[in-house]
Ligand binder design. Structure first.
Ligand code: NAD
Length: 471
């Protein structure tokens, strides 16, 4: 199909699903270790060959800078593939588990088996990373998969489809491009697992649809990830990392620091350091920043208008622009922006910002920060900049979030052995490495009776049996 093709209709989607279902039934054994390794290798080879096209597509979709494509789209997928290939033999081995006294005479194993036909719904903000990364985990676990990439990054979605078509037969992996209506048609089908990355609002729709078939789900969602900078923090170091974490991908990162709580005695230092860092990285003058090849754009006008409205609402309620603030709707450009004086009444304090606008909130007492965090939905990430181990341990103990980074932000995503995921409103289940493999596997319990004593407890329940059961 041509890249401008609007996609498959509901009947074609159903036929595609049926052909994957049949492949799973027919070839259950085919997705053995060797086939899985081979699929992963082929996927990596095709992506490598199409790197240039991926870079151009992301530049055309939202002016994503090439180094950011390499670091945040390609590297995580390559790492997911290499890590899976390195460990797949041990992951797929049945794991023996020890028993208890009552289980004497039995042997028990956990076997990770493919779930079957899986659906991967991806967002637009890291379109390659968040479609082909989960695909690597799905393939490692021996599944077939249908990917639904986002309609907001059409050039990249087309390349993703081409990569898949060049690498796999449709009964193993296929891509259905299109908007929410395509998602809906897919969600009507009885998939064996759905791996969804996107907003909490759509996550609820996906989970409700999955409930109809009791399909298992992994939900990788979003939310407001707070950052705490306390009195002991190394301010220059924090500013350097936060500017990178916040303004990469133009702030459109699920785990970007959404807003900062800064100790009042450090607030001025932090604002100065952030301002210096923004100007060092993206340029001193407004025109330099706008022209910086390292600064991307908002994905579309709807999101530009949403961010503009958030900024206007904040400033009309008394928030101060401390840096940046300029916008150009024609280019979907918003300068790297710092704001102060936000209050709970402002929409920016409630909604996920998902753009290059960073509010700073001063605090006197860490208890008030913990209270504010706990009053909202559980975030995907929590960042703490501090030199005081007791302070960060207390924050971790008294709050909840998908993950935590101490004296860093965002990079937890890149760690191959950490589970990546949210908690409640920010997600259910986790991805990456073994955790991703597990998400796409059924953890099957296999018990074998060898000479178990359990038969001594069978009826008739004589006094002797009852005495044994009492124990
Ligand atoms: P989104 O929820 O709008 O869309 C995600 C996918 O769902 C897209 O493919 C879209 O076509 C589809 N979709 C949209 N409406 C639908 C509907 N009514 N029914 C079925 N499917 C529908 O999210 P987005 O704007 O693409 O991405 C931004 C959001 O994703 C943010 O909230 C961000 O925090 C979150 N996110 C989370 C992670 C993570 O790993 N946890 C990563 C990236 C983004």
């Amino acid at each position: 199909r041509a890249s401008s093709d609007p996609g498959l209709d509901a009947n074609q989607i159903q036929a595609l699903f049926a052909c994957q279902r049949e492949a799973v039934e027919r070839d259950r054994a085919r997705f053995g270790l060797r086939d899985r390794l081979d699929s992963l290798t082929r996927l990596k080879i095709t992506i490598k060959r199409r790197e240039g096209d991926i870079i151009s597509a992301l530049a055309s979709d939202f002016r994503k800078p090439e180094p950011e494509v390499r670091l945040t789209e390609l590297f995580p997928v390559y790492q997911e593939i290499s890590h899976a290939k390195l460990h797949l033999r041990s992951w797929t081995k049945p794991h023996r588990v020890p028993g208890s006294l009552g289980m004497f005479g039995t042997s028990a194993q956990v076997r990770y088996q493919p779930r079957g036909v899986c659906l991967i719904i991806a967002p637009w903000n890291y379109p390659v990373n968040l479609s082909l990364g989960p695909l690597a985990s799905a393939l490692a676990a021996g599944n077939t998969a249908i990917i639904k990439p986002s309609e907001l990054t059409p050039a990249t979605s087309a390349i993703i489809r081409q990569i898949v078509e060049e690498t796999f037969p449709p009964e193993q992996v296929a891509v259905c491009e299109g908007d929410a209506s395509v998602s809906q048609a897919l969600l009507d089908l009885p998939f064996d697992h759905i791996f969804f990355t996107g907003s909490p609002q759509v996550g609820k729709i996906v989970m409700a649809a999955a409930a109809k078939h009791l399909t298992s789900v992994t939900l990788e969602l979003g939310g407001k990830s707070p950052t705490i900078v306390d009195s002991t923090a190394d301010i220059d170091d924090a500013a350097r990392k936060i500017v990178w974490g916040k303004f990469s991908n133009n702030g459109q990162t699920c785990i970007a620091p959404d807003h900062i709580y800064v100790a009042r005695d450090q607030a001025r230092n932090l604002v100065d350091a952030l301002r210096r860092e923004i100007r060092r990285v993206y340029g001193k003058a407004e025109t330099d920043q706008k022209g910086s090849p390292d600064y991307g754009r908002i994905v579309n006008s709807r999101h530009f208008d949403r961010l503009s409205a958030l900024l206007d609402d904040a400033t009309s309620h008394g928030a101060l622009v401390l840096e940046g603030g300029t916008r150009d709707p024609a280019q979907k450009y918003i300068a790297p922006t710092l704001i102060g004086g936000t209050t709970h009444q402002m929409a920016i304090s409630r909604e996920e910002i998902f753009g290059p606008v960073l509010p700073l909130i001063e605090f006197d007492d860490i208890d008030s920060v913990i209270e504010a965090i706990n009053a909202g939905p559980k975030p995907l990430a929590l960042y703490i900049f501090s030199k005081d181990a007791a302070a960060w341990e207390a924050i971790i103990a008294r709050t909840s979030s998908g993950g935590v980074c101490i004296n860093q932000n965002v990079v937890q995503f890149l760690h191959p052995n950490l589970p990546f995921g949210g908690v409640n409103n920010s997600g259910i289940g986790s991805a990456h490495g073994f955790h991703g493999f597990k998400a796409f596997s059924h953890e099957r319990a296999v018990l074998r009776d060898r000479f178990s004593v359990l038969r001594l407890l069978f009826p008739p329940y004589t006094p002797a049996v009852k005495r044994l059961i009492d124990i």
